[in-house]
Design a protein around this ligand. Structure first.
Ligand code: LLP
Length: 388
């Protein structure tokens, strides 16, 4: 990736930088990888809700996958049409359900019987019908970090298959709900495609079971989770969408009157974002060499929370990588570490670092812990504009 380093030097750090050319190239590849018009993508806006990024995604006609009333509002404000919005989440508050109902969103993904009853009550009050997909827990191991696994029976997500029948029968008595279909999501950052094959097979079984009970399945939503290459972002800047969609195309017996929906977040935005930070100090302590950056775990929490790997480039020194550093932040927590024993060129106070692959679950998970300001953000287009 080419970074506009001269421009960066004039800016206060830390900030997120979004490469809009890479985002566009990713969106083109995504669009071109969709097998046919029955395959529909909703962008999981939880990955990155920064407005210019979402606007760019919206301009490709992509819908949104939201998990809060705030995300539904942000999606609509960024130009995503409500009829392309799906609204998931284990526990939606009344005001959030009302945001969805009043905007007539495409569908609510629901995963508890009490929430079904509540959505029906609110829809009745509003004089509308809510379209609903049931989120099913398929009990599939996604082979990813335990904190981002969602599809196992012991996870809090979804309705267990043994409860499917009784939950479906609830639609007979809830007159302001319309049963649209089934929703699944097994986890995030999946690099092994085998769990997706298992999911696709499970989908066939559950669709069959549902239709046998007399409920037509118009919508099948298989969630998201396609992983990216954190170790070598420049080698693989765009995820292999074709293989991913191909698995579902080959296995799911999709009829012409059905649509197959995907909720991709990370694979769309992760590689286009970097967290740019300045080195504040170097420190030698005991056996370790520290590089202390002005970004911390409050700006990017993934390494602390999931032991996530993010590669780091020293933008100020392109000499060979001869030193091993612990790259840490200024927050008062021992887990405020971006990399340990990480091979880099000689790195000095004032150098600019790019913490790569941070476009997904970076800025959206930032906090004000230690009363640090939230990180700023710039897109490549904004920086180009100001240069003229
Ligand atoms: N659909 C549902 C129902 C989800 O829960 C998620 C993510 C997605 C779609 C999008 O998954 P993606 O394609 O982005 O993997 N903060 C964690 C990831 C949490 C994912 C939560 N759910 C991280 O930084 O790795």
């Amino acid at each position: 990736m080419n970074f506009p380093i001269e421009r960066f030097l004039q800016l206060k750090t830390p900030f997120y930088y979004y490469d809009m050319d890479l985002l566009k190239a990713t969106l083109v590849r995504l669009r071109d990888s969709l097998p046919d018009e029955r395959f529909i993508v909703h962008y999981a806006i939880k990955a990155c809700s920064t407005e210019p990024v979402v606007k760019q995604i919206a301009s490709f006609g992509i819908g949104a996958d939201c998990v809060s009333g705030g995300e539904v509002e942000a999606s609509i404000n960024a130009g995503i049409s409500p009829d392309k919005i799906v609204f998931a989440g284990v526990a939606k508050a009344d005001w959030e359900i009302l945001v969805g109902l009043r905007n007539n969103i495409f569908c609510f993904n629901v995963e508890s019987e009490e929430e079904l009853v509540n959505i029906n009550t609110l829809a009745q009050q509003e004089g509308v019908t809510a379209r609903v997909c049931l989120r099913i827990n398929p009990d599939i191991d996604p082979h990813t970090h335990k904190n981002i696994s969602t599809g196992l029976a012991e996870d809090k997500f979804g309705i267990q298959i043994e409860d499917l029948e009784s939950t479906l029968h609830m639609f007979d008595n809830l007159g302001n709900l319309h049963f649209l279909g089934l929703h699944f999501h097994i986890g995030s950052q999946l690099l092994d495609m085998e769990p997706y094959r298992q999911l696709a097979q499970k989908v066939n079984e559950v669709v069959c079971q549902t239709e046998k009970l007399g409920y037509a399945v118009k919508v099948i939503n298989v969630g998201g989770g396609l992983g990216i290459n954190y170790h070598e972002p420049d080698k693989e800047p765009i995820a292999d969408f074709k293989t991913y969609f191909g698995i579902f195309k080959d296995i799911i017996r999709l009829r012409d009157n059905q649509t197959l929906h995907f909720e991709l977040g990370r694979a769309i935005v992760a590689q286009c974002g970097s967290l740019i930070t300045r080195v504040l100090y170097n420190k030698h302590s005991h056996t370790r060499e520290y590089v202390m950056a002005d970004a911390g775990m409050n700006d990017l929490i993934r390494p602390a929370l999931y032991e996530a790997y993010h590669s780091i480039d020293n933008l100020s020194n392109d000499e060979p990588k001869t030193h091993r550093y612990d790259v840490v932040g200024p927050v008062c927590e021992s887990s405020d570490v971006f990399q340990r024993d990480y091979l880099m060129p000689l790195t000095r106070r004032g150098d600019l670092l790019a913490i790569r692959s941070a476009g997904a679950y970076g800025e959206t998970m930032a906090s004000r812990y230690n009363l640090r300001p939230l990180p700023l953000h710039y897109t490549s287009e904004e920086l180009k504009k100001h240069q003229r």
